[in-house]
Design a protein around this ligand. Structure first.
Ligand code: DI6
Ligand code: FE
Length: 409
């Protein structure tokens, strides 16, 4: 069989994000990239290009090509809104106080439980479109506003449907252990029994989850309760991720690391022993500056320690109605630089290579590398740092999913 390429991109600068290429962004300035069967068949310096026959050649106009952006933490499917809580917070109430008074996550749970699958889908579509316009080609979407079997299933089916109907890869996470539903007040262990049996079984029977998430926090679930959720997930062969060390330090990162969690997320209260546990386990630290900003937190995640111990850092939007009501990974990227002090290169790695790893997709996505999926973005910029510096307007010129141009869909 003679080999051929489907599309060859010429006249492009490649920000490969491949750490083996020892230049900022793994850059190849005078690059070319070939796609075959939806994968990157070849990339490199244009002068070194092999003489392989090709069906179509496209001129990148000297723009920068990056991997598709990956948002590895969102709560994109939910019903209703929490605008009034925002106003309560403006008057001085704290996020925790609102939660303790039955608002917060529980308010969204009431709205979600009374919504049909179709209603959840229709509300999610414009939010997802906002991400697609920015160049997001893979996105994680959690359940966690149903907190009863049927409503959790409706959320997860909605996430799956979004992945079928739009040019995006959806990774869905079962977050049954997000908050204690009202009917289980005072009986958190009883609720966790339910999460680990009936709910987990139903989710797995329809193969609706790619991972299992939990909120380990004083207003969420204890370490022991989270450990039971992790054990149930492992029995079903599902990897885990944990909302950890957001509002206090319960040592959730230690627990997560000891079970080789894919990622731990938030981390404002993470300490050095926790950082070391993550480093040993290879667990990704996912930073969520949108929630830090919106809750007006003042304690920063320990970025310098994460760097020093070589923990891979991802950046995600955490889009949700309570603590991060913004459907924009680009804005989150800007915040990660401005609020958390990440370099532009760290931010870009955080929404490509490291975000892919946080979703267990690193062998398929997150870098420009031969054999990986051709989820690619072409930008009219002169420096990759512009993607972090300039937010709110500059969109990718071209968006490719598995090599196919989906820019106008
Ligand atoms: N931490 C968060 O930031 C979101 N969930 C979580 O466990 C907030 C969810 C909400 O307030 O609706
Ligand atoms: Fe979250």
């Amino acid at each position: 069989m003679t080999s051929h390429w489907d599309i060859l991109w010429t006249n492009v600068r490649l920000a490969t994000l491949n750490p083996d290429i020892k230049r900022p962004y793994g850059a190849i300035e005078k690059g070319a990239l070939a796609v075959r069967d939806g994968r990157i068949a070849w990339l490199g310096n244009a002068d070194d290009r092999p003489d392989t026959p090709c069906r179509e050649t496209r001129d990148g106009g000297g723009g920068w090509m990056t991997p598709g952006l990956i948002d590895c933490h969102t709560h994109l499917v939910f019903a209703g809104n929490r605008c009034h809580e925002f106003e309560q917070r403006q008057q001085g109430a704290s996020y925790q106080q609102i939660a303790e008074q039955g608002g917060g996550i529980r308010a969204t749970v009431s709205a979600t439980r009374t919504s049909s699958e179709e209603q959840l889908f229709q509300q999610a579509v414009p939010r997802l479109r906002a991400y697609l316009d920015e160049g997001v080609t893979s996105i994680e979407i959690k359940s966690g506003y149903g907190l009863e079997t049927d409503a959790e299933l409706r959320m997860l089916r909605t996430a799956r449907r979004l992945g079928r109907e739009f040019p995006v890869t959806v990774h869905s996470s079962f977050l049954g252990a997000h908050a204690l539903p009202e009917e289980y007040s005072g009986r958190p262990d009883g609720y966790i029994d339910r999460v680990c049996s009936e709910m987990m079984d139903a989710v797995c029977a329809e193969a609706l989850a790619d991972s299992v998430d939990m909120f380990c926090e004083q207003i969420g679930f204890s370490l022991a309760q989270c450990e039971r959720v992790i054990q149930s997930a492992s029995r079903h062969g599902l990897p885990v991720r944990v909302h950890a060390e957001q509002l206090s330090n319960l040592r959730a990162s230690h627990l997560a690391a000891s079970h080789q969690a894919l990622s731990v997320d938030h981390l404002e209260h993470l300490d050095e022993p926790g950082v070391m546990a993550l480093a040993r386990a290879g667990t990704v630290a996912t930073l969520l500056p949108g929630a830090f900003y919106f809750l007006r937190e003042t304690r920063l995640p320990p970025i310098e320690l994460l760097r020093r111990h070589g923990v891979p850092m991802a950046v995600a939007s955490d889009f949700n109605p309570g603590s991060s009501p913004q459907a924009s990974l680009r804005l989150s990227m800007q915040m990660a630089a401005t609020l958390f002090g990440l370099s532009a290169e760290e931010v870009l790695a955080g929404v490509t290579r490291n975000a892919a790893r946080a979703l267990g997709m690193e062998k398929q996505r997150g870098q420009l590398r031969q054999g990986l999926r051709a989820d690619l973005l072409l930008w009219e910029i002169n420096d990759p740092a512009e993607l972090v510096w300039h937010y709110g307007s500059n969109r990718p010129r071209t968006i490719l999913q598995e090599g196919q141009d989906v820019s106008t869909r």
